[in-house]
Design a binder for this molecule. Structure first.
Ligand SMILES: [Zn+2]
Length: 242
């Protein structure tokens, strides 16, 4: 693996000539309850991207520390990019990588709200430029959560500042987690939650969805191992057909 933020341009030139693919973690700057930092999604995406970059000997790009987080913007500290900005960031970086001769890009997304604009950018990079981009969005997460976590998620496949995310943070950045402030909240989701735009602070006080208290670094390591394995199945299939 080569980390582009620590590398020089001749080193990157050589890496590109060796046909090594680029890996971009896409995060967010978003509330994660009273116990996890605003950078949680960025740290998690960077953690998985680093493991994947090691596995494929890729070119690891610095993480994007902001994302599309409008629905938690009622919590101070959350800073959201617009949908079009997220898409534009990926388009610009994708075109730049392509022009410098990189043969493909793997995007590791750490935040749900980024998914739609990233998917749109991936499609546009393919259709307009025939540049292959793979989106890794925590494959197998629901199964891994049910196997490794003890608490129930607040809603099906909804993991936010809960046991899952807190465990991964305890594995990756333990100094930034304040377990003494961890509290459980199982908010009542409005019936129209999936059907209209709703700010999360209107029905959740703490910003926690679920119960972070059983979180441990050991569970976080297991979750990261599982996510790496699941992601590698998709990555291998993608790289094989390049
Ligand atoms: Zn998160």
């Amino acid at each position: 693996m080569i980390q582009s933020e620590k590398a020089t341009w001749p080193e990157i030139k050589t890496a590109i000539e060796q046909n090594r693919v680029a890996i971009l973690p896409f995060g967010a700057h978003e509330e994660h309850g009273p116990h996890c930092p605003l950078s949680t999604d960025t740290v998690m995406a960077n953690g998985l991207a680093t493991r994947l970059a090691e596995q494929v000997d890729g070119i690891l790009l610095p993480p994007i520390p902001y994302g599309e987080t409008w629905n938690t913007s009622g919590f101070p500290g959350t800073l959201s990019l617009s949908f079009s900005t997220v898409k534009a960031i990926l388009m610009d970086l994708g075109v730049g990588l392509m022009k410098s001769g990189v043969k493909a890009l793997i995007v590791v997304n750490g935040h749900f709200g980024n998914r739609a604009p990233i998917e749109l950018a991936c499609r546009e990079l393919k259709v307009k430029y025939d540049f292959p981009v793979l989106l890794i969005d925590y494959p197998g997460l629901e199964r891994l959560a049910s196997e490794i976590c003890e608490s129930q998620p607040a809603a099906p496949s909804f993991y936010h500042a809960d046991e899952l995310e807190t465990s991964v943070m305890l594995a990756l950045m333990p100094d930034a987690v304040q377990m003494d402030k961890a509290q459980a909240e199982y908010p009542d989701f409005p019936p129209t939650f999936a059907s209209e735009p709703i700010y999360l602070h209107t029905f959740c006080k703490s910003g926690v969805f679920g119960d972070p208290r059983p979180a441990t670094a050991e569970k976080g390591e297991k979750l990261l191992d599982g996510l790496t394995q699941e992601s590698m199945k998709v990555v291998t299939a993608f790289l094989t057909k390049l």
